[in-house]
Each structure stands twice: as structure tokens, then as C-alpha cells.
Unconditional design. Structure first.
Length: 231
């Protein structure tokens, strides 16, 4: 027909809720080291035992709402959602620790204590308490047992403590996930530094605030070990 503009060939687009592949995902790592199911991340997601889109209903160590993940401008962030047991990320480099911070080596949950031991040396009637000599430094690492009870406690005799399975300052010979020399804690006036010593399973530090994640990061939420994959 005269006066009609020529038709332009158009390619029909499929309609759907999500067309593009997610740029980030969390991969569940099985106990045998095999990849398990993956969770595609496209915006904001909540992980927990009963709330959110990333659910592990059989993990009693997860809070109902445990962690918040957000993908913003191509970067992935994680934040503890006020959980009881926290979120832990694997060390890529030495990390600064403060008094009361906790970290994971193998299956051991360990708390760093830098403050004075507390208590009184003399009773109200002037009698001195009979005890072992007070160490030169208050630096110590305490094993945290289920229920928050203290376990093994080791006071640093120098400025560092090495943690591992055998021939270290703190040994856990029954822990099959801890390396011979797993990690080292170095103490100083302003705090402490924890360094992984090339362990097989890594050293994990509890997240205190919103933290960016990069490709290949590992993190624990409850008993779930997750690997971050970013495209």
C-alpha cells in the first residue's frame, strides 16, 4: 500500500520474571568437599532457619533470621542479622582482633581476651589470696564450649600463640579438621592479629559489621559452609 512505511524485522523477546543469569551465587559445600545446591542472588536475600529465601530448617545453630546478603552495583555484601551464633568469613590475610572477638580454627570456637584478669588480690580482712603467680601479660585464648561455657584456656607467655593439632602453644589433637600448625595470634598494645598458617580448612573470623565479599570467599552460617561465586 502506498504511503505505508516499510516493515522492520523485529525479534520477539520471551517474557519472564528473570531473564538474566544471576551475577552472584552461594554454593553449599558438602562435608566431603563436593559442591551442593546453589542459591542465585539477584538483590537482597535473607538466610536463616525459618525466615528468608536461603533456608536450612534442620540446622539448629542457625537463628530464624541469621544473615542478610545484598548485591549492589556488582558487589556482594553480608551482614549478621542479629543471630545468636554469628557469621564467619575465611581469612585471606591477617585480621585485627579486639578484646572478646571469636574465631574458628578447625571445629574449635576460640575467644580472644586482652583485658586484665580481674578479681581482687586481697580480701576485705587483708588476707592475700593464695594462687599461681600472675602472668606478665593478660593475653589469653579461651575455647568456647556449647552453651557458651569456657573450656581450655591458655595465657600467652610471650607475644604470640600458635594453635594447631600438635606441638603448638594450644593443641587440639582430637580435631580432625585442624592442621598441625593452623593459625597464629600475635599480641600487641592495641589488640591482636590472627594469621592463618596455610591450614587446609582455613581460619574463620566472626563478622562484626557489614562486609564485602569477593569471588572465592568462604563463610560459615550455623553449620553451613558456603562458597561465594561472582561472575
Amino acid at each position: 500500500m502506498q504511503g505505508t512505511a516499510p516493515r522492520t524485522a523485529l525479534q520477539t523477546a520471551f517474557f519472564g520474571a528473570v531473564q538474566a543469569e544471576a551475577r552472584a551465587r552461594l554454593v553449599l559445600i558438602r562435608g566431603e568437599g563436593l559442591d551442593g545446591i546453589s542459591f542465585q542472588l539477584t538483590g537482597r536475600h535473607v538466610a536463616g532457619r525459618s525466615t528468608g529465601s536461603i533456608l536450612f530448617p534442620d540446622d539448629a545453630y542457625l537463628s530464624p533470621r541469621h544473615a542478610d546478603f545484598s548485591l549492589e552495583d556488582g558487589r556482594l555484601y553480608v551482614q549478621d542479622a542479629g543471630s545468636l551464633n554469628g557469621v564467619y568469613t575465611r581469612l585471606r590475610e591477617p585480621a585485627r582482633l579486639e578484646d572478646g572477638d571469636v574465631f574458628l580454627a578447625g571445629e574449635e570456637l576460640l575467644r580472644l581476651q586482652l583485658a586484665d584478669f580481674g578479681g581482687s588480690l586481697v580480701a576485705e580482712d587483708g588476707t592475700h589470696f593464695f594462687a599461681s603467680p600472675m602472668p606478665a601479660h593478660p593475653w589469653r585464648v579461651t575455647q568456647v564450649l556449647e552453651g557458651g561455657r569456657p573450656g581450655l584456656c591458655v595465657v600467652a607467655q610471650g607475644r604470640s600463640l600458635v594453635i594447631g593439632r600438635e606441638r603448638c602453644d594450644i593443641d587440639f589433637p582430637q580435631d580432625r579438621f585442624i592442621s598441625g600448625r593452623h593459625c597464629r595470634v600475635d599480641f600487641g598494645p592495641g589488640g591482636a592479629l590472627v594469621t592463618d598458617l596455610g591450614s587446609r580448612n582455613g581460619t574463620f573470623v566472626r563478622v562484626r559489621e557489614r562486609r564485602p565479599l569477593v569471588h572465592g570467599d568462604y563463610l560459615f552460617v550455623g553449620r553451613q559452609l558456603l562458597r561465594v561465586e561472582l561472575s
